[in-house]
Ligand binder design. Sequence first.
Ligand SMILES: Nc1ncnc2c1ncn2[C@@H]1O[C@H](COP(=O)(O)OP(=O)(O)OP(=O)(O)O)[C@@H](O)[C@H]1O
Length: 361
Amino acid sequence: MTLDLSLLPDGGVAWLDASGEHADVVLSTRIRLARNVEGYAFTPRARDGERLRVLAQIRDAAPHVASLQGNVLLRVDELGTAERQLLHERHLVSKELAGLEGGQGVRTGAALMLGNGVSVMVNEEDHLRLQALRSGLAVTDAYRAVERLDLELGGRVPYAFHSEFGFLTACPTNTGTGMRASVLIHLPGLVLTKEISKVLAGLQQMGLTYRGLYGEGSEVVGNFFQISNQTTLGRSEEELLDGLARVVQKVIEREEEARRVLLRDAGYIIEDKLWRAFGTLRYARSLSLDEAMNYLSGVRLAVGLKLIRGLSVYTLNKLLIFCQSAHLAYAEGRPLSEAEASQSRARYVREALANEAGAQE
Ligand SMILES: Nc1ncnc2c1ncn2[C@@H]1O[C@H](COP(=O)(O)OP(=O)(O)OP(=O)(O)O)[C@@H](O)[C@H]1O
């Protein structure tokens, strides 16, 4: 099966459009609910036939679920590695569902169902991972969408539920609400002022945790941190969401303060550094992914500080995703060596910035 991205609703990237609150600092909010279908072993222990039956149950239920009307179903297990990598780069599937983790390969029955502003990963670590992704800081909106999907689907598919523990999950850390609420936040000011470790240590005391750009086990690149709840048991969804939103508001304030301090104490050094980042992206002929991510982070900061004007956050968001290797190979229609990918990346970034002709001081 080949992947035709034009079939995906909004290409699966409506959340990149920078329409949400604090979109210059918060790239996106994601809420996911882990659910399992009663009567089957958890995904990692299930046999192929069981996982296929789980998938069949979701397919049968979908026409009766309003949030999944007109959905697109992608059989991830029928896609090649490059295509699965592309879905992962687009933040539509986890590394685990894409079968990109530790050489284990993709599981039979692994699928992604894209609905109206929500999606379902089928046969991830849990049978179902219901998720909603939104632009900016949008905890309530994302939760409402995923809660609706949960109620509709739960009315059709029997979930594994325990009256004392709540929703049962493959990993005990998800048991209870089964919810992880996360925001992907850009914190270059706190990194440059070296305050970031204090802020990250503080998160842990509030029952939150941080991860890299691609979630569990991934590195922090381009100063993007994914902040999410650590606890899922013993507190209501509302309490967990409220706690996350309040802490993220505080982190945004500290980031803004750090940016003010940087401008006040090292204005011309920062300005020089950020314009150099822009210059490199605008004219380089070869860019590694790390370089691109770091310079894009600098330019994003420059836009936030209003040092660079006329460059939209939407363009920067798209660059962040579309300059990754599987996206470049897809656009070129063939596999690329590392050197070719670096050249293709530089060309793509150059053209995108040239098209945004208004970028100026
Ligand atoms: N706020 C966010 N914006 C965009 N993508 C996100 C966000 N949060 C998580 N993701 C993406 O969702 C996928 C899963 O992330 P992560 O591993 O943190 O979550 P999870 O569903 O809680 O999985 P686990 O059970 O392994 O903890 C990753 O591809 C990650 O990039």
